[in-house]
Design a protein around this ligand. Structure first.
Ligand code: FES
Ligand code: FE2
Length: 343
């Protein structure tokens, strides 16, 4: 199994998940306690007390400190122990802390060198901040490595089969496809002409059963930060473009499990909460009942093997996913080289 990158931004949580009561989530195999102090400052520390190794998330926030619920050790946001009811406050009681940032309604975490975090911008997901696009949110826990999930979005040829009747039609196989790499960003495009959408999509995009041109464009940034733009243009005199933006964020939990955060937005149609509900339910239904079981079964089938080590058959549609995997592998090599002591 590949080693998780440390010097990248991961989504740790949705903003609303983290309040004053500490919240625990395992990221890259490390349990992290996320909380907001009394002044509202966001903090993330190793969710393990150095005394008896209980989760600190079972404790509570007092002022600016996180206090262990077992014997009362208290820690500042930088991990320094600030109070020890049992004895001296020493350096050896310091716990790991992590750089966190709140952006686009999400809490982003940097598991590596804090100095490098400042040099690495979070990719632009400002579409989420546009309330007029009525963002719909979801979180799914997945028993699969996060790269199997990013492969899935980067190769949407699967929607014809896995999402037959919900998101895909037989026209998908005739799509014109292209993938482009710019720096460490991978773009994957798919254009489908003359497609009659499925009933769910036809309702959602208001295409009235007319044939449409549908483009599906994915932007991927390391490690698993993706923006999928779906543009639908119906044939005929009324050619108003309808666009949806689906953001997918995959974060490794362990070597074989991941956190999957998604946000769906749309730039067309009336301001209608019932429509938003149907849009959200349709997406969640596809992700939960179609993608998730298949990818989890793929993980079980792979066991602890790396996908590419097994020599999979590769098709044209796999190009973008392979490019993304190559970029991650290069980054892993660079990170490993940088962390090796000079001999
Ligand atoms: S286990 Fe945390 S103070 Fe004892
Ligand atoms: Fe899918």
């Amino acid at each position: 199994m590949s080693v998780d990158l440390k010097n990248v931004w991961y989504v740790a949580a949705m903003s609303g998940e983290v309040a004053e009561k500490p919240f625990s989530r395992t990221i890259c195999g490390t349990p992290v306690a996320l909380y907001r102090s009394a002044s509202g400052a966001l903090a993330a520390v190793h969710d393990r007390c150095p005394h008896r190794f209980v989760p600190l998330s079972m404790g509570s926030v007092k002022g600016e400190a996180l206090v262990c619920g077992y014997h009362g050790l208290a820690f500042a946001a930088d991990g320094a122990c600030v109070e020890n009811p049992q004895g001296a406050v020493t350096k050896s009681l310091t716990i790991r802390s992590f750089t966190v940032q709140e952006r686009y309604g999400l809490i982003w975490i940097w598991m590596g060198d804090a100095d490098l975090a400042a040099l690495t911008p979070i990719p632009d997901f400002s579409l989420i901040d546009d309330a007029a696009l009525r963002p719909q949110w979801g979180y799914i826990h997945s028993k699969a490595h996060f790269e199997l999930m990013t492969d899935n979005i980067l190769d949407l040829s699967h929607i014809e089969f896995l999402h037959a009747g919900t998101l895909g039609t037989e026209k998908i196989r005739d799509a014109k496809t292209a993938s482009v790499v710019e720096g460490r960003t991978v773009f994957s495009h798919r254009t489908v002409d003359d497609e009659i959408l499925t009933p769910f999509l036809d309702r959602s995009f208001e295409t009235g059963g007319r044939p449409v041109t549908r483009t599906l464009s994915v932007r991927w940034d390391p490690p698993g930060l993706m923006l999928l733009t779906v543009a639908v243009n119906p044939a005929g005199p009324e050619q108003a473009l309808r666009e949806t933006y689906n953001m997918h964020f995959m974060t490794p939990e362990t070597a074989t499990t991941a956190h999957y955060f998604w946000v769906g937005t749309r730039r067309y149609g009336p301001d209608d909460p019932e429509r938003d509900r149907l849009f959200r339910a349709g997406l969640e239904n596809a992700f939960l009942t179609e993608d998730k079981p298949m990818i989890e079964a793929q993980q079980r089938s792979l066991g602890s093997a790396e996908l590419l080590d097994l020599g999979p058959a590769l098709f044209k549609g796999d190009a973008a996913a392979i490019q993304a995997r190559r970029i991650l592998d290069e980054m892993r090599r660079a990170e490993a080289a940088a962390s090796r002591p000079a001999s």
